[in-house]
Design a protein around this ligand. Structure first.
Ligand SMILES: [Ca+2]
Ligand SMILES: [Ca+2]
Length: 300
């Protein structure tokens, strides 16, 4: 997952707008559900054995607590702690324990329009608001300090999918061309992209007028079907359920917003039924695919 995101964003820098942020930030954006890994082996402590040597006992318990937390993953904003019964659990991280940001590039802007030092600070703060209305509404909006983002005009909004579709296709083709040793794509994915790559009618990557992009979409519509599905599959990971949450969309959305001022409006519009999830059907429609071309089996 991480490899493609970093790569895709590198391309985003070239194809869609200005250079992008460090990969570390993007990695942070991928939220993991809490999972206890199979095979975690809790260390049993006989407290009585250390009654007479309290100092040593504390040390041993500390080590044991670390061990118990070793394979216990918490989602962003939480850290593992061991309770009195030696059970590891996820608790909210104190934002002050986050590593200090090394520069502006680590800052993130929340949907509350506040700049947070880093995504760690953001998620730790969000965790402390869990269960409240404010916490429920708070999301990481974009990478970088909060800034004025010009309103997206209707005409600009219509142009956005034209460029985004072309960009997705080019990202895939570039991944394919560079994939000799890296395994950036699976064999099944390669087979799909091979067809696009070998198609002589393919519009080569580069700056194209909107008219040309629109014309190409009409003429070579079939070439765009797979890239749109591919992108959905890359994002639909936590969990894989055919719906994108705000968090799942973040790795694509958050770095794009400061460069593309229509990003927010575009993805808001994608959620046509306004249930806060973008279903595959909604996603495909958003990119102009016909209903009959939406195919879950293309997510490979
Ligand atoms: Ca999902
Ligand atoms: Ca929806």
């Amino acid at each position: 997952m991480r490899v493609w995101i970093v790569f895709v964003l590198c391309l985003a820098g070239h194809a869609m707008a200005a250079p992008t942020e460090e990969e570390a930030i993007v990695d942070e954006l991928v939220t993991e559900e809490p999972v206890v890994e199979v095979g975690a082996n809790p260390v049993q402590i006989e407290v009585g054995e250390f009654d007479e040597a309290i100092d040593i006992g504390e040390e041993v318990e500390e080590v044991a607590a670390e061990d118990l937390c070793l394979n216990y993953h918490c989602k962003k904003g939480k850290v593992c702690e061991v309770d009195e019964g030696n059970t590891p659990m996820c608790v909210c991280q104190d934002p002050s324990t986050c590593p200090p940001a090394e520069g502006d590039f680590e800052h993130v802007c929340g949907t509350d329009n506040k700049t947070y030092d880093s995504s760690c600070h953001f998620f730790a703060t969000k965790c402390t608001l869990e269960g409240t209305k404010k916490g429920h509404k708070l999301h990481l909006d974009y990478v970088g300090p909060c800034k004025f983002i010009e309103p997206c005009l209707d005409t600009e909004l219509n142009e956005f999918p034209l460029r985004m579709r072309d960009w997705l296709k080019n990202v895939l083709v570039t991944l394919y061309e560079r994939d000799q040793d890296n395994n950036l794509l699976t064999e099944k994915q390669k087979l799909r992209v091979k067809k696009i790559h070998e198609n002589e009618k393919r519009l080569q990557a580069g700056p194209h007028s909107l008219d040309l992009l629109a014309h190409d979409f009409e003429k070579n519509y079939n070439m765009y079907i797979y890239p749109v599905h591919w992108q959905f599959g890359q994002l639909d990971q936590h969990p894989v359920d055919g719906y994108l949450t705000h968090t799942e969309l973040s790795p694509l959305r958050a770095p794009l917003i400061p460069m593309e001022h229509c990003t927010t409006r575009f993805f808001e519009k994608c959620d046509a039924d306004d249930d806060k999830y973008i279903a595959l059907e909604e996603w495909a429609a958003c990119f102009g695919l016909k209903e009959q071309d939406v195919d879950k089996d293309l997510i490979i």
